[in-house]
Design a binder for this molecule. Structure first.
Ligand SMILES: Nc1ncnc2c1ncn2[C@@H]1O[C@H](COP(=O)(O)OP(=O)(O)OP(=O)(O)O)[C@@H](O)[C@H]1O
Ligand SMILES: [Mg+2]
Length: 429
């Protein structure tokens, strides 16, 4: 019947390409509310906080949970419709001054930043802040100087205000990457002074909880200005919507069992759902017969594809943790056991009794380790040589250093036919 690559009635290559591209974005953030599932509350919290003059927001949560997506969607909603929000990323080597300068740069056109004449016209900070007098021609290169005081930094924001009309949002993303305490201190000082700026500029900061504590810890007044918004992992039914939208657009059925398996593996981290969905729907399209529903074989290809295409850093972490001269399988099975439930912290005896044994019974030709040996394996997984994928506290309590890896571990286990997280698959529905 159908030839390869046309297995969905009425859907051609271009149509499916567009549907997948528009809805499955494993490596880019979401900027519109229609695509942002399960974050209605967070969006409301962010936009309401920013509605009050002088208030800023700090969005925090696990790596990969969806912080940038919430920040950019809220920022897009609030920013005057003719403009896009300003977004600056923090890097390991970045300083407060560089980040603030990037905000100024974001208000220049590319031509103004890189065009000749060779000698750049450095804008004096006093000019930046005072308004009016500075108006570089389209063809002259402009360099925003690095601010070396708080006042200079505020002047750069005033420059941005002058360049932009209406209300706009500045997203300062990945603040946890700024390693230096001194630099974070400067951010805290800056935050305290945000209320002195014209209220039509709003700030959203993103980072992890520890960064927030550090920012406001020593600065009670920064705490009053900065509203924390914590993002939890997405629930099963929220993750399903990512897949359901695509299935609906392609006019194919997907069984709830497949949806459950996908959300179970993803463990609240949307990136895995996007990855599995992407490969799974292509596999449906490539089927040798006309199909009207997603079948197990497509789901399997979704898993393989997701493993091949997932974030290289996760893959590297898993390999570093497990690929050793000996005991590789022990390490894998230990990680699988730890990943079997979604609890952040798990006690050795509980991991052993309710997860490890169950997994080992499904492994042919493998011998079960004694509990003490499993304990030793977990302690090894904490070490540098294993990429410190696991952390521990007190007597026998273990957790993944970053929750996002649990999804990758579940994908690996699934590929070997081991289903993890089954007991509480319907948690949070
Ligand atoms: N609410 C959501 N619904 C559907 N997909 C989402 C949602 N939030 C995020 N995603 C998707 O999940 C992935 C991760 O999102 P995002 O980059 O916003 O997370 P993050 O917390 O900023 O990650 P990181 O810590 O790596 O910066 C992206 O592929 C994005 O498209
Ligand atoms: Mg991000």
């Amino acid at each position: 019947m159908g030839c390869r690559g046309m297995a969905i009635a009425g859907i051609d290559q271009d149509t499916i390409s567009k549907i997948i591209r528009d809805n499955l974005t494993p490596s880019s953030e979401i900027t519109t509310p229609e695509r942002l599932f399960g974050r209605e509350r967070a969006l409301k919290d962010v936009t309401r906080a920013l509605n009050s003059n002088g208030r800023s927001v700090f969005i925090h949560g696990d790596r990969g949970v969806g912080k940038s997506s919430v920040a950019l969607t809220a920022a897009t909603l609030i920013t005057d419709s003719s403009m896009t929000p300003i977004r600056v990323m923090c890097g390991k080597e970045d300083t407060f001054a560089k980040v603030i300068r990037s905000i100024g740069n974001a208000c220049l056109t590319v031509a103004q930043r890189i065009e000749s004449p060779a000698k750049a016209f450095q804008v004096g900070l006093s000019i930046l802040g005072s308004g009016g007098s500075f108006n570089p021609g389209e063809r002259s290169r402009v360099e925003i100087p690095l601010p070396d005081s708080l006042n200079d930094a505020l002047d750069i924001i005033r420059f941005a205000l002058e360049k932009r009309q209406g209300q706009f949002v500045v997203v300062i993303d990945e603040m946890e990457r700024i390693a230096s305490e001194g630099e974070r201190e400067k951010f805290a000082e800056f935050i305290k002074n945000i209320p002195a700026l014209e209220p039509r500029v709003k700030f959203i900061f993103c980072g992890i909880a520890a960064t927030l504590t550090e920012l406001v810890g020593e600065h009670p007044s920064a705490g009053r200005i900065l509203e924390p918004v914590k993002l939890e992992r997405l629930r099963h039914n929220e993750l399903w919507q990512i897949i359901e939208v695509v299935a609906k657009n392609l006019n194919i059925e997907i069984e709830s069992e497949a949806l459950i398996q996908i959300s179970r593996i993803s463990d609240g981290f949307p990136t895995y759902v996007h990855l599995i969905g992407d490969s799974m729907f292509w596999s449906v399209f490539d089927d040798s017969e006309i199909v009207s529903a997603v079948k197990v074989r497509h789901f399997r290809e979704g898993i393989t594809g997701a493993l091949q295409r997932s974030d290289a850093t996760l893959r590297a972490q898993y390999e570093k943790a497990t690929m050793k001269t000996k005991n590789t399988q022990d390490y894998e099975e230990a990680l699988w056991a730890l990943a079997d439930t979604s609890s952040d912290w798990r006690q050795l005896t509980e991991i052993y009794d309710s997860s490890y044994k169950k997994i080992m019974l499904q492994r042919s030709g493998r011998t079960m380790l004694a509990k003490e040996t499993l304990n030793t394996r977990f302690h090894s997984l904490r070490k540098d040589g294993h990429g410190r994928v696991v952390v521990n506290k007190g007597a026998g309590w273990f957790a993944f250093r970053e929750n996002i890896i649990r999804g990758y571990v579940r994908l690996k286990a699934q590929e070997q036919g081991i289903q993890l997280g089954r007991d509480n698959a319907m948690r949070n529905v």
